[in-house]
Design a protein around this ligand. Structure first.
Ligand SMILES: Nc1nc2c(ncn2[C@@H]2O[C@H](COP(=O)(O)OP(=O)(O)OP(=O)(O)O)[C@@H](O)[C@H]2O)c(=O)[nH]1
Length: 304
């Protein structure tokens, strides 16, 4: 069964709210707000985790306060992708252009036809559904279905800024599956694919448990970004990863170091040196991983 979409109506006219409720509540879950403050309470409320799919906004309520609401919606990363349909008493081209320039997707003048409003809501929800799917597909790795490098870059950027602002440490780890070329040669490429999927999922499970983020970095390497207390807690996390992967007990008949699939890691813990760029951090983690490999160690983590 299709999930009902959640609509938010922001309109100070009780009659309009009633008409919209009567028109839309049979097919959609609808929240009615009479002013911007009420609407922000709904939008900021993560408690019941209701995500608003579309907003109908009376742009001229309270002497044009709706324009400020629109600007704020489009300025926040949390709400900018929610489609907004403007409801307005004004037939002026200037007002319509202003609303569209500020990011509204549609502009409907009052009095409106309930049937047309319903049709427009449905059309915009259908477009949003496709956009959401494209966004999701653009950010996941096709084989393992965990986030891809593109998603990593976005999340890493955000976590980096947060860590810098709040002065807490951030760890970046590159995780490599050992002797994977030999695994493919011995067990076959299809078995290699299945193995990558299992390892990816276990890395994701452990990383989520620690509140971090994991993505497929390239080939058989994964990247983890994690808020940490420092080097010690990063080492503990890395050891947990290592154990969980070994616990999968995926036989690796061509590995010279272990009867099962195993991983090696190179990582950087950024404690207070937030001057580097993400690319430099990737390079340093890559270097640490190379060093771990040369020393035949499972783990090399450097603190900067
Ligand atoms: N099955 C499968 N293999 C892949 C995939 N992506 C990369 N590989 C293979 O993974 C292997 C990675 O090899 P390397 O990391 O260069 O070297 P290695 O054999 O793991 O050796 P060490 O790094 O010394 O442990 C290559 O043979 C790639 O072809 C994939 O999506 N599926």
């Amino acid at each position: 069964m299709n999930k009902r979409a959640h609509l938010l109506v922001i309109d100070d006219d009780p009659l309009n709210r009633l008409v919209l409720e009567n028109t839309l509540s049979e097919e959609f879950d609808i929240r009615l707000c009479s002013c911007a403050d009420e609407a922000w309470l709904v939008l900021d409320n993560d408690v019941d985790e209701v995500r608003i799919d579309l907003i109908l906004l009376d742009v001229l309520m309270g002497e044009g306060a709706g324009y400020h609401v629109l600007e704020r919606l489009k300025a926040s990363h949390k709400t900018y992708s929610i489609p907004v349909i403007i409801l307005s008493q004004s037939h002026s081209f200037h007002d319509e252009a202003k609303a569209l320039e500020l990011g509204a997707l549609d502009y409907v003048t009052k009095p409106f036809s309930p049937a047309i409003i319903k049709a427009r809501v449905k059309n915009h929800l259908a477009i949003k559904k496709k956009n959401d799917l494209l966004e999701r597909l653009a950010n996941i790795d096709g084989l393992t279905e965990i986030p891809n490098r593109r998603a990593l870059e976005e999340v890493f950027g955000k976590l980096w800024l947060q860590a810098k602002k709040n002065s807490h440490a951030l760890a970046f780890l590159l995780v490599n599956i050992d002797y994977f070329r030999a695994y493919n040669d011995k067990h076959g490429y299809a078995a290699g694919d299945a193995c990558l999927v299992k390892v990816a999922h276990v890395l994701q499970e452990v990383t989520r448990h620690y509140g971090g983020f994991v993505a497929r970095f390239d080939g058989v390497r994964f990247a983890v970004v994690l808020n940490v207390d420092g080097l010690e807690s990063t080492l503990q996390f890395a050891q947990a990863l290592e154990l969980m992967v070994e616990d999968l007990k995926i036989p690796h008949q061509a590995s010279p170091i272990c009867a099962f699939i195993s991983i090696s890691m190179g990582g950087i813990v950024v404690v207070d040196n937030f001057t580097a760029t993400p690319v430099e951090i990737y390079a340093q983690a890559d270097e640490a991983l190379r060093k771990a490999h040369q020393l035949q160690a499972k783990l090399e983590i450097v603190s900067i």
